[in-house]
Design a protein around this ligand. Structure first.
Ligand SMILES: [Zn+2]
Length: 317
């Protein structure tokens, strides 16, 4: 009797997607009629809670001050603390507002990314998404702007570099606006690769001409379609990732390049967000054991924000 061939099977314990959010991120106050409003996150969280991903939701911790100060000047932190109102809202700049919950919201948004970094580096999970607001990628070392108070993804990257197993990080930013803050913070930090695709010319129109080997700009003409976007990303980002060999991928996930978004003129669809998420996951599997921490940046059409974020989450999961 022939021996029964026993196929060796590897049991892969997928530790699953974690989705961090925080009540104060829902409360962060802005001026009436502002596109970056509470409704963005309440409708997204409602959608997640009614989906198969509901059980993945967790409450985010706040960030440690030392992590904030790795990315920002202490004068920036003290400036925002001095601006924090006890009631109503105040303008930090023409676009960027703070109310009584805003400091806590921004600290929890950054804390979510740092918690995600700890999760993926400890193999508690290999994919994390931070469903938070305010967004962060426009916040420079010493400058709040573009709806952003603290640069959550930059704080998370610095937090990751504190880990003895992390020598290099890549930040992939597909928000429709240039991640000027992230470039400002990492222009002289070769350990961090920053790849940013953005409509150009368009807001914020700054920090997109700093030439560094670790900074990759992917400017997009108004009207760019999904196929054109995919070609540019493959041409620009894949060689940069191969050369950088990151130990961790961080993602500034803005969904305002969707064709329905009111703040820009790029024509991506949900399938394109699935595509770029799969590209990011593939790169993470190639270079860094699948470790991805993604955080919400822009996306101002409520329906396409929800559907595009769900496409991103399902491709991450
Ligand atoms: Zn944006």
């Amino acid at each position: 009797m022939a021996p029964i061939a026993r196929k060796m099977t590897t049991i892969w314990w997928s530790n699953g997607l974690r989705i961090y959010t925080h009540e104060d991120c829902l409360q962060h106050e802005v001026a009436p009629g502002h596109p970056e409003n509470t409704e963005r996150l309440t409708s997204l969280i409602t959608q997640i809670k009614s989906s198969e991903l509901a059980e993945h939701l967790l409450s985010a911790p706040s960030v440690e001050a030392r992590d904030v100060l790795a990315a920002h000047a202490s004068s920036h932190l003290s400036f925002l603390e001095s601006m924090l109102p006890e009631q109503d809202v105040v303008a930090v700049d023409a676009d960027t507002w703070m109310g009584p919950h805003s400091m806590s919201a921004a600290l929890h948004a950054a804390g979510a990314v740092c918690a995600g970094v700890r999760d993926v580096m400890s193999n508690t999970s290999n994919r994390v998404f931070c469903a938070v607001r305010p967004p962060g990628h426009h916040a420079e070392r010493n400058n709040a702007m573009g709806f952003c108070l603290f640069n959550s993804i930059a704080i998370g990257a610095h937090h990751a570099l504190q880990n003895e197993h992390v020598e290099r990080v890549a930040i992939l930013d597909f928000d429709v606006h240039h991640g000027n803050g992230t470039v400002d913070i990492f222009a002289d930090c070769p350990e961090v690769l920053v790849c940013s695709s953005f409509q150009h010319p368009h807001y914020p129109n700054r920090k997109h001409d700093i030439k560094r080997p670790n900074i990759v700009y992917s400017p997009l003409d108004a009207g760019t379609t999904g196929p054109q976007f995919r070609k540019i990303i493959e041409q620009h980002w894949l060689p940069a990732l191969a050369s950088h060999q990151p130990d961790l991928l961080l993602v500034s996930a803005g969904f305002d390049a969707h064709q329905l978004d009111p703040l820009a003129d790029i024509n991506l669809l949900e399938d394109d967000f699935t595509w770029i998420t799969e590209l990011i996951v593939d790169a993470a599997e190639t270079y860094c054991s699948g470790r991805v921490v993604s955080t919400l940046e822009g996306g101002y059409d409520l329906e396409s924000l929800k559907s595009s974020t769900m496409a991103h989450l399902r491709a991450l999961a």
